[in-house]
Design a protein around this ligand. Structure first.
Ligand code: NCD
Length: 334
């Protein structure tokens, strides 16, 4: 289904394909491999939900490949006039885009978009479904920190903590990391880390204090207040694949946490908790961070923190993914 150069999710991707993309990204990041120039190509970044690092990093990545970039955002596009997602991406395709990077609030909207067009679609985050380039970044960062040059994470254990249920980043990270052999434990209150997450191949725990000293990495997640009480994370107009992007406009969030103070006490990566991590264990956060809520500022900026490395590797990962998309269009395979 869709174009072979698309990247819609990490779940179900073969280890070989995962390692191929990670290897390509590492070559780009370390300067050991040249990225093929894509000067005649046009990459459309369609961002129908808020974003800083992902949007800018895709634009920087496409620019470094020599491609031209056109940005479409919900605030200044016909999505606000009620245009459907399928019509929006078809319009962008008709205007000459060779690949479409899409962020949208409907879970599964990247699949709907990929069905609607004949060019590769790169999922830059769709509702609560997946955020595959962020998952690749997190895998690459973890492999680098743990010296796993072969991208084999067997024996490495990572805790993903907080609002897992709202998090497309967590879904991609779990898919990628477990495929590479890591042990993943999701930690949070039942409202945020329900037992059903075990179906994704991870453990589930309610007790951060029991886990924190027993893992090689802790990845904290932002508490996504704007998705709470919002069904499947869809926008105001409901279904995946539709327009209607602003998930926070018309529904007050429900309360999966009692209070900010209570959440921080049970599940925040406070300086005190971070001090109980194993020697050599690392701290990750895909951003944006809420300092003082899920992570203390001094931990985010501390010696264990890989937060800035995650952002930096984002450009290389996205160059690898865009390069693959554009090359596969040229008939060079997937
Ligand atoms: C996240 C996202 O938008 O999915 N951030 C990111 O892209 N790195 C997570 C979040 O919004 O908390």
């Amino acid at each position: 289904m869709g174009h072979p150069g698309s990247l819609l999710q990490l779940r179900g991707m073969s280890e070989e394909a995962l390692r191929g993309l990670l290897g390509r990204a590492r070559e780009i990041a370390t300067g050991t491999g040249q990225a093929a120039k894509q000067e005649e190509k046009l990459v459309a970044c369609v961002f129908l939900e808020d974003s800083t690092r992902t949007r800018v990093s895709f634009a920087v990545a496409a620019g470094r490949l020599g491609a031209r970039v056109v940005e479409v955002q919900s605030s200044n596009s016909s999505v606000r006039k009620g245009e459907s997602l399928a019509d929006t991406v078809r319009t962008v395709e008709s205007l000459g885009a060779d690949a479409i990077v899409l962020r949208a609030s409907g879970s599964g909207s990247s699949h709907a978009a990929a069905r609607a067009v004949g060019v590769p679609v790169i999922n830059a985050g769709d509702g609560r479904h997946e955020h595959p380039t962020q998952g690749l970044i997190d895998c690459l960062t973890l492999c680098e920190a743990k010296g796993r040059e072969d991208f084999d994470l067997r024996g490495v254990r990572i805790a993903i903590v907080g609002d897992v249920v709202s998090s497309r980043v967590a879904r991609s990270a779990i898919a990628g990391m477990t495929a590479l052999g890591a042990g993943v434990v999701c930690v949070g209150p039942a409202t945020m880390a329900p037992d059903g997450l075990a179906a994704l191949g991870c453990e589930v725990s309610r007790d951060f204090d029991a886990v924190v000293g027993d893992v090689d990495a802790v990845m904290m997640l932002r508490v996504q207040f704007e998705r709470h009480g919002n069904g499947d994370g869809h926008g105001a107009h409901g279904k995946a694949g539709e327009g209607g992007q602003d998930a926070r406009a018309d529904r007050p969030p429900a309360a999966p946490i009692g209070s900010v103070r209570e959440f921080r006490a049970g599940y925040g990566l406070t300086a005190e908790r971070a001090a109980r991590m194993r020697e050599g264990a690392v701290v990750m956060h895909p951003g944006p961070m809420n300092r003082g809520l899920e992570i203390d500022g001094e931990v985010a900026d501390g010696a264990r923190s890989l937060v800035r490395r995650q952002v930096a590797l984002g450009v290389a990962v996205r160059m690898a993914v865009i390069g693959r998309a554009l090359q596969s269009k040229a008939g060079a395979g997937t």
